[in-house]
Each structure stands twice: as structure tokens, then as C-alpha cells.
Design a protein around this ligand. Structure first.
Ligand code: PEP
Ligand code: MG
Length: 325
């Protein structure tokens, strides 16, 4: 990583015009305590809890999960840690839980699987709640929500888990903040209802792109068609951003697009202001956001939205980026 990006890693993620962004980390297995400290980031925007499940040869016990989650929460004291409930299925398989389907990305994935196995969901939520007793920075995120009933059922189970853990520990537990991933197109058309049920949302541009374009995100044969910079994807994100702002629902973006220089500029222009990314991207994205004005980004977005192809969008944004580097 070039030294000039790293030189500003502890500075504020603030544009030239004074707009402050939240930059958060996507986490899987390991936590990097160096990045957790002081002013580098604003917390964990996406902890993919499936990774510690995938590397084992059986489901981690409740106590094992408590310890994992406690470490994660304690690494970011006073900052939000958004823990996503188990998101397996699709391309992510557990070695000890076989799923065989013709269309795994349209099948038994994420919340669909855990609501069919509430014992898995409840153990995980109970572990998160126990891990958070002293830390108090837990946020719970639900993956692959495609209909409102899944939110209602998840909230019911979370309430039950709060009650059970409270009873076990002799405490009155306050339910942590609960949010949903926006990564299935259907839920983009139910934002009003969604906002009345949850505390925040996180936009998963990886799956949202896959489902909007009907392109398998891992299929090499159609990889050239998979591009989050497709004008249709950008228009969807733009419209949704305006609606979410009107609803005042706290929103962050946790798909790869948020950690990509070209992507984050357009997302910032749309009004999104919280981005979660792999730790390798953080310094570069912060450096870049510190060199832009929102008005110039809005002009760039306007131009990008008129483009006919992802390639044309990328050319426009890269021309802009070249002036900044
Ligand atoms: C996404 O879909 O954009 C996302 C962040 O989740 P994952 O990549 O884990 O599916
Ligand atoms: Mg996803």
C-alpha cells in the first residue's frame, strides 16, 4: 500500500467541503487490532459470522460463539459492531451441513435456512447477546431478506433470545439494534414497511448486482456481465438512496462497491455516507474522500447515470480519478 495513503489513515474521513463519512470494516475470521484502535475506522460494518462456522467441522457451540463474538466486540469498544447472522447456502457451504440444489443462489440461503432451523438462529443470537453484556456495541444484521414476514419472524426469535438470556443471567436485557441487508431486489420496493420494523439497513451491492442483472457472481463464463457499475444498478442505488434518506433510516453500504474508488465516489454523490469495506481498501478510500467536493461528485454521477454501459461509466469515473491521483 502506498505510503501516501497510509500517511492519512488516522485523519478524519471528511471531504474538502466538510462532509463527514463513516468508514467501517468488513470482517470475517481475524480481527486486526491495529485498525481497530483510535481514529482509523468507525467500527465493523459487516462481520460475516459464517466464516468461523465454515472453518470448523461441526457447529460451534453457544459458548464457543460467545467467546468469538466477545473478542470481536471488545476489539472495537464504543464503536458499533454489526454482526450478520449466519449467511450460508449459495456459494458458502458448511462441511457438516450438506445442501444440494440446482440453483443455490436462488435457494436455501441466509435467513431462509436459519428461520427453517430456529435452533441454529437462537443459539447464535443468544451467544451474541451474552457476548455483548458488558460491551454494549452489538448490532444484529439479517441476510437475504426477501419479504417482510422474514423480518417479523426474526424479530420474534430475537425477542425470545433476549428473554431467555435475561432469565438465565438474571438481567433485564434491552434488545440490540437490528437491521437488514438490502441485497434482494424485492425488498427495495418495501422500504416504508421495512423502515418501520428495523433500526438500520446495510446495502449488499454484491448480491444486489447479481440479482438485478441475473448474473451469477461466481460464474467465470458470464463474469464480464457482472458489474455493479451497470447504469441500471446505479439508478436503482440512486433511487433507493433518496428514499432511505427521506425515511431517515440509518444506512451503510457493505458490498465491494463501497471499497472500490470508482464506486465509493458515485455512492457518496448519491448521498450515502457510511461505507464498510475490506481493511486493505480503507486507507485508499479515506485518502480519496478527503480530496473531493460533493458538488463535483454530483456532476460526475449525473454524467454516469446517462451512460449506456458499465464500460462508459467506468471511463468517466476513471478520467475523474486520474485528476485526483
Ligand atoms: C453483499 O451481498 O453485497 C454482501 C456484502 O454480502 P456477501 O458478499 O457476504 O454475500
Ligand atoms: Mg450478500
Amino acid at each position: 500500500l502506498s505510503a501516501h495513503y497510509l500517511a492519512e489513515i488516522t485523519e478524519a474521513a471528511q471531504s474538502l467541503c466538510g462532509h463527514r463519512f463513516a468508514l467501517m470494516l468488513n470482517a470475517g475470521l481475524a480481527v486486526d487490532p491495529d485498525q481497530a484502535s483510535n481514529d482509523i475506522c468507525d467500527g465493523v460494518g459487516l462481520y460475516r459470522t459464517e466464516y468461523p462456522f465454515i472453518v470448523r467441522n461441526q457447529f460451534p457451540t453457544e459458548q464457543e460463539q460467545v467467546e468469538l463474538y466477545r473478542t470481536m466486540l471488545a476489539t472495537y469498544p464504543g464503536k458499533p459492531v454489526i454482526m450478520r447472522t449466519l449467511d450460508v447456502g449459495g456459494d458458502k457451504a458448511l462441511p457438516y451441513f450438506a445442501i444440494s440444489e440446482d440453483n443455490p443462489f436462488l435457494g436455501w440461503r441466509g435467513i431462509r435456512l436459519t428461520l427453517d432451523h430456529p435452533e441454529i438462529f437462537l443459539v447464535q443470537i443468544r451467544a451474541m447477546l451474552k457476548a455483548d453484556i458488558h460491551a454494549n456495541n452489538l448490532h444484529i444484521l439479517l441476510p437475504m431478506i426477501s419479504e417482510l414476514a422474514e423480518i417479523d419472524e426474526s424479530l420474534r426469535l430475537i425477542k425470545q433470545a433476549c428473554f431467555e438470556v435475561g432469565d438465565e443471567l438474571g438481567l433485564e436485557l434491552v434488545r440490540p439494534k437490528v437491521g437488514v441487508m438490502i441485497e434482494v431486489p424485492s425488498i427495495m420496493y418495501q422500504l416504508n414497511e421495512l423502515a418501520s420494523k428495523v433500526d438500520f439497513c446495510s446495502v449488499g451491492t454484491n448480491d444486489l448486482t447479481q440479482y438485478l442483472l441475473a448474473v451469477d457472481r461466481n460464474n467465470a463464463r458470464v463474469a464480464s456481465l457482472y458489474d455493479a457499475m451497470h447504469p441500471a444498478v446505479l439508478r436503482a442505488l440512486h433511487q433507493m438512496g433518496k428514499q432511505l434518506q427521506a425515511l431517515q433510516l440509518p444506512t451503510s453500504i457493505c458490498g465491494e462497491l463501497a471499497g472500490e474508488p470508482a464506486g465509493v465516489l458515485l455512492l457518496a454523490a448519491m448521498g450515502y455516507d457510511s461505507f464498510s469495506m475490506n481493511s486493505s481498501q480503507l486507507a485508499k478510500i479515506k485518502w480519496l474522500l478527503r480530496r473531493v467536493q460533493l458538488t463535483e461528485l454530483q456532476a460526475l454521477l449525473h454524467d454516469a447515470l446517462q451512460s449506456e454501459s458499465p464500460k462508459a461509466v467506468r471511463q468517466k469515473v476513471h478520467r475523474f480519478l486520474e485528476q485526483k491521483n
